[in-house]
Ligand binder design. Sequence first.
Ligand SMILES: [Fe+2]
Ligand SMILES: [Fe+2]
Length: 137
Amino acid sequence: MEIPAKGLLPAELMLGIAHIDAQHEAIFYRIENLKASCLDTGELPDHVADDLLAYLAEHFASEETCAGEAGVSFKEHHVKHEATLAALRHWVDRVQSGRADIFSLLRYLEIWFERHILEEDQPFARKVLAARPPAAD
Ligand SMILES: [Fe+2]
Ligand SMILES: [Fe+2]
């Protein structure tokens, strides 16, 4: 099944910071691809899990850089990112050792991602946008 790379990020989940929105869309794209491949195989290949975790870590670092450039505090947000990476690594271990199924991980991932954007990333983006000139992005 062909997954479109664009148009996956719902308008209500946008931040208004172009490069972060693009990364969120890329995460949705990875989740949709993971869903499609799991429906076919029910498995989580190592390289897919590694790619997802690495991309999330890269994205979290990018948000942190963005906050630093705008002079916005990122301490609590950082702690949530770290907790998410630890939880996802734990889920991946459970799936790969047969103690959990991939669909539980997918449900966790989707719910976490949308909630994190609404509860952490959007408030963070409002502070960043308020702290910098309108034409900066
Ligand atoms: Fe994010
Ligand atoms: Fe975040």
